[in-house]
Write a protein that binds this ligand. Structure first.
Ligand SMILES: Cc1ncc(COP(=O)(O)O)c(C=O)c1O
Length: 413
């Protein structure tokens, strides 16, 4: 078989789950924003690690333990290379939620004082809201929000105005909204945050799997993402941090592996990244993520983005052909990731997802862990279709067909 890069982006055969059938219907998976399906190489790498190389890491001196060390440390090298980040400042966490909590607990509790402010946006996932709410309440700091305009975008002017107030210590924002699909101007935002002397954190959960992301050129102090949306296993996430900030931060969790030495009353901390990885880490999961990012690199992230942008354009064209359907977020495919949230007049989003399922199409319905944004949009929930590298235009057509015939079930013409 030729290497992935020489093939067209017809990779469905690489994903065993896509061969599944539900009765007569093939699986049409349009829920990659929730979690991505896994290519066989990832599944096999995890199984091979557990079957042939499993040992605890950074402890054993025997040959098998050295293999486990090499597998885990090698995964970090692959993951750091994928986003252009430094190896030592690439920390493995359980998921992006834990990565953001790490920053909120460690950086936040060491640096935020009464009267300070944290600035986030109305389009954040709960993972990038609740840790800041808890932190601000504890430190008597204020939590403020950048607004989302009617196009589903943020205003750089409002960011500047907020920073000019002089009390903002940290600005946290998503790279791509998991509801609106909006791609935020992250470089322009981090530059302004840095110029104001504040710290920036980007939630890259919906970006890293879908477009080229070079962490150093984005210029964020923290950049976090999650492995299971990037074709990797669940239980593994990534926090990239600026070295001097990470070095000055106290540990988040404490215990084995993150120490340099322990006395009866006190301990000293290990070097980066171990300082932030207490206890036995997610070794098999890291190995799987390392293989997943190599698979993505081989496909080529520019190519993958072009494929998904074309699918986004197809969604924006086809979905509104369903009578009563309204897509939220920017109207242009180039300004958004490969997802579309929508409402359908007269049918609750959960029923919309159920109708899609009758046509064999998996989509998500609900508040997408973004309840404040739902309030801004004036809805309780939306339905959401989201694509991955393995989708094709026919998958979106299948959704549109299912929705059009579904409307008839509801007596809508
Ligand atoms: C933008 C965004 N941030 C954070 C998360 C949380 O990801 P995880 O549950 O893997 O921590 C998600 C997942 O849906 C997301 O879309």
């Amino acid at each position: 078989m030729p290497p992935v890069a020489e093939r067209s982006l017809d990779v469905r055969a690489d994903f065993p789950i896509l061969a599944r059938r539900f009765g007569e219907r093939k699986l049409v998976y349009l829920d990659s924003a929730a979690t991505a399906q896994k290519p066989a190489v990832v599944i096999e790498a995890v199984a091979d690690y557990l079957r042939n190389h499993n040992a605890n890491v950074h402890r054993g001196v025997y040959a098998l333990a050295r293999e486990a060390d090499a597998a885990y440390d090698g995964a970090r090298v692959r993951v750091a290379a994928f986003t252009g980040a430094e190896v030592d400042t690439t920390i493995f966490t359980k998921n992006v939620t834990e990565a953001i909590n790490l920053v909120a607990y460690s950086w936040g509790r060491a640096n935020l004082r009464a009267g300070d402010a944290v600035l986030i946006t109305q389009m954040e996932h709960h993972a990038n809201i609740v840790p800041w709410q808890v932190l601000c309440r504890e430190r008597q700091a204020t939590l403020r929000y950048l607004e989302v305009d009617e196009r589903g975008e943020l205003s750089l002017q409002q960011l500047e105005d907020e920073l000019a107030r002089g009390d903002v210590r940290l600005v946290a924002f998503t790279h791509i909204s998991n509801v609106l699909g909006t791609i935020n101007p992250v470089q322009e935002m981090t530059a302004r945050v840095r110029a104001a002397g504040a710290v920036s954190l980007i939630d890259g959960a919906q970006a890293v799997p879908h477009m080229p992301v070079d962490v150093p050129s984005i210029g964020a102090d923290f950049y976090a993402w999650t492995g299971h949306k990037a074709l990797g296993p669940t239980g593994i996430g990534v926090l990239h941090g600026r070295r001097e900030i990470l070095e000055a931060m106290p540990p988040f969790l404490t215990g084995g592996d993150m120490i340099s030495s322990v006395d009866f009353q006190s301990a000293t901390w290990n070097e980066l990244p171990a300082k932030f990885e207490a206890g036995t880490p997610m070794v098999a999961e890291a190995v799987g993520l390392g293989v997943a990012v190599d698979y993505l690199s081989e496909l080529g992230m520019e190519r993958l983005r072009a494929h998904e942008r074309a699918l986004a354009a197809h969604m924006l064209e086809r979905l509104p052909q369903v009578p009563g359907l309204r897509v939220v977020g920017p109207p242009e495919a180039e300004r958004r990731g490969g997802l579309a949230s929508f409402t359908l007049d007269g049918i609750h989003p959960h029923d919309v997802a159920e109708l899609a399922d009758r046509g064999g199409v998996c989509i998500r319905a609900g508040h997408h862990c973004a309840q404040p944004l739902m309030r801004c949009l004036g809805v309780g929930a939306t339905a959401r279709a989201s694509v991955g590298v393995y989708n094709e235009p026919e998958d979106i057509d299948a959704l549109v067909d299912a929705l059009i015939s579904g409307r008839e079930v509801f007596g809508l013409r």
